[in-house]
Design a protein around this ligand. Structure first.
Ligand code: SF4
Length: 93
């Protein structure tokens, strides 16, 4: 992942810049939560990001996805959810 997008959180670990704050918002997230968001470094994202899928991936429920949606005032997705094709990413300043 791009080093300028990370922040050192201890001697051995980094986090995505913005995820260490409260409320957290990863600097790689583009778009508006509740409308449409997308990871701007999807192919380079960390393993911790790859380990969490959305509810509906392979027809399964993902508790962390559900909790995140509820925290932002949205209902959880259904396990049969299939994402639509997304438009190209906006440019990052
Ligand atoms: S998937 Fe992308 S936007 Fe989400 S936390 Fe990871 S790097 Fe940030």
């Amino acid at each position: 992942m791009p080093p300028e997008m990370t922040v050192q959180i201890n001697q051995r670990m980094v986090a995505m810049r913005g995820s260490e704050r409260t409320p957290a918002r990863c600097c790689a997230l583009v778009g508006e939560v509740g409308t449409q968001v997308q990871c701007s470094i999807y192919e380079q994202r960390a393993q911790v990001c790859r380990d969490i899928m959305y509810t509906g991936y392979n027809g399964l429920r993902e508790e962390k996805c559900d909790k995140a949606r509820i925290a932002h005032g949205m209902p959880p997705l259904e396990p049969d959810f299939e994402p639509e094709q997304t438009p190209p990413l906006p440019k990052i300043a």
